[in-house]
Design a protein around this ligand. Structure first.
Ligand code: N01
Length: 504
């Protein structure tokens, strides 16, 4: 239990079994950080400390507790491949069940002694002389690390919408990712602003409870059926007895998502039509009123914005106590929301389902690499990283779910696990090769990114809709323009020749 006993973090990492010369810091304890920690332990590398700014692990699944919160990727593929869970209760597990899974992983792999909760990293600076990162915590504590693995995630901090008068609202107001469970919505007049992936889960869950629900839609989205259902006790028992069935299921689910991939991400109208027809059939089956259907039907190509997956969102919009408001919000007043048609919608509570301030394109805190260059400077023209993981000039600093590694069509964990494998190889090479630091070559990074950006013109994401995928200038530094299998193949092997390698 060296973390708890140490009075200073420098002592903590120094006291770890791998020795004082190889301290590793993992920032964040969501799926990425936990997966990295487990694989380090499996590789016999124990000299790591995981910093988490919140009071518990879990990231997305700790924060998103809104009613209906669930993963829209099937659980048997949205879990670690090395830690299958025979007991998933539903095809698409809810956030509580996923958080419980992560907590079990932490206990099973005995990660608690490596964990520093309630400790945010506020600054990181690299020293080329020693090959060490110095990290400052928010309480001013100084920590040194040979390697930093950033697993801070991109969709973390709630985005506050820029709506006139929002701060003058005197009723209850909270964001989906900061749900106030102490506030009872029963019988209340509730507004939901936003109709993205979070809203379409929360709306059907709260609609039966509230008095009146007004859903403020700025732009509609393509929705496809989820086919969610409980996994029977019998099937779960089979999974426990024959774990190989889960492996086959995982392979099938992954294979299916990869097959669907081109429909979702390619700018090929004939492929998009397949998705649009699937969604249109779902709309016809869910909503009987043609006028309401027209309001819910997007006018952009399938996949341009993140495709939404729900069995009951569209049908909920036809409930007697639910209104879809498509006129733009012009102002929020003490007890109401005013729309462009002049209507004043009186509400008791406003739920902001307005998404997240995307952290992919900016450094999560000041990060200073070689020659005193900051990550924000390096990313001024858009966030770039070699294979989404390494940034030229920032040695021994590895990013998980970094630039251009988001999938629009499959489980993000497929990407995460391949990044863990890559970073682990780099760390092993550093330990065995007595390497002081590794910095990806600028020409290697430039070539990789030119290739990715060159392919963006074939992708559907910039065909005329707005989304968190795109930077202000319309460029895409969030998603990987291809199949997950391609990404995994490209990142499978760590090649030192692609890095400047400095030995002391
Ligand atoms: O956020 P979003 P989200 N006035 O950015 C609207 C992941 N996720 O939290 O489309 C009025 O998608 C905005 O309107 P518009 C997933 O990757 C995963 O729902 O910009 N409206 C939009 O409708 C997802 O993509 C799961 O016109 C305003 C909504 O708010 C990502 O998180 C579940 C507005 C924001 O939608 C984000 O999803 C949930 C304003 N001023 C989320 N500002 C899984 O199941 C914004 N909007 C895995």
């Amino acid at each position: 239990m060296y973390v708890q006993n140490a009075s200073h973090t420098e002592d903590v990492v120094a006291a770890a079994p791998t020795g004082p010369d190889f301290p590793i810091v993992i920032i964040g304890s969501g799926f990425a950080g936990i997966g990295m920690a487990i694989q380090l332990k499996k590789a016999g590398i124990y000299s790591f400390t995981m910093f988490e700014r919140a009071s518990e692990i879990g990231g997305t699944w700790r924060d998103n507790t809104y009613p209906g919160a669930a993963c829209d990727v099937p659980s048997h593929v949205y879990s670690f491949s090395f830690e299958p869970n025979a007991n998933w209760g539903r095809r698409y597990a809810g956030s509580q069940e996923i958080q419980a899974y992560l907590l079990r992983c932490v206990e099973k792999y005995k990660l608690r002694p490596h964990l520093r909760l309630n400790t945010a990293i506020a600054e990181a600076t690299f020293d080329a002389g020693t090959g060490l990162w110095t990290l400052m915590t928010d309480s001013g504590e100084r920590v040194t690390a040979r390697v930093v693995v950033s697993g801070v995630g991109g969709l973390v901090d709630p985005a506050a919408p820029n709506i006139k008068g929002l701060d003058t609202f005197t009723g209850e107001m909270f964001h989906t990712a900061r749900w106030n469970h102490d506030y009872d919505l029963t019988g209340k007049r509730v507004a939901v602003i936003g109709t993205g992936a979070s809203a379409i889960q929360a709306v059907p869950a709260i609609a039966p409870k509230v008095g009146r629900l007004s859903v403020f839609q700025r732009s509609p989205a393509w929705v496809v059926p989820k086919g969610d259902r409980a996994i029977s006790a019998r099937l779960r028992q089979r999974f426990r007895r024959f774990p190989w069935i889960m492996k086959i299921l995982r392979t099938l689910l992954y294979g299916f998502s990869e097959l669907m991939g081109p429909i979702i991400f390619l700018d090929a109208p004939w492929l998009s039509k397949i998705g649009e027809r699937m969604s249109e059939r779902h709309l016809q089956a869910s909503v009987s009123d043609p006028a309401l259907r027209a309001k819910l039907r997007p006018d952009f190509q399938f996949g341009c914005k993140r495709m939404l997956i729900s069995d009951d969102y569209w049908s909920t919009m036809e409930r007697e106590n639910v209104d879809l408001v498509t006129d733009a919000i012009t102002e929020v007043r003490a007890g109401s929301i005013v729309t462009a048609d002049g209507r004043e919608h009186a509400v008791d509570a406003i739920i902001l389902a307005t998404g997240f301030a995307l952290g992919l394109a900016t450094a999560p805190f000041p990060v200073t690499g070689l020659e005193s260059r900051t990550l924000d400077d390096a990313w001024r023209g858009g966030a770039v990283a070699y294979k989404g993981v390494s940034v030229a000039g920032f040695p021994n600093y590895f990013i998980m779910m970094g630039p251009n590694t988001g999938p629009g069509h499959t489980s993000v964990l497929v990407f995460t696990e391949s990044q863990i494998g890559y970073i682990l190889q780099a760390i092993r090479q550093m330990i065995t090769g007595k390497i002081t630091y590794l910095s990806v070559r600028q020409d290697v990074q430039d070539r990789y990114n030119a290739g990715l950006q060159g392919r963006m013109k074939h992708m559907v994401w910039s065909t005329g809709c707005s989304s968190w995928y795109l930077d202000d200038d319309g460029s895409n530094h969030a998603l990987f323009p291809g199949l997950a299998s391609e990404y995994c193949a490209r990142i499978r092997k760590f090649k030192p020749a692609e890095y400047e390698v400095v030995r002391s």
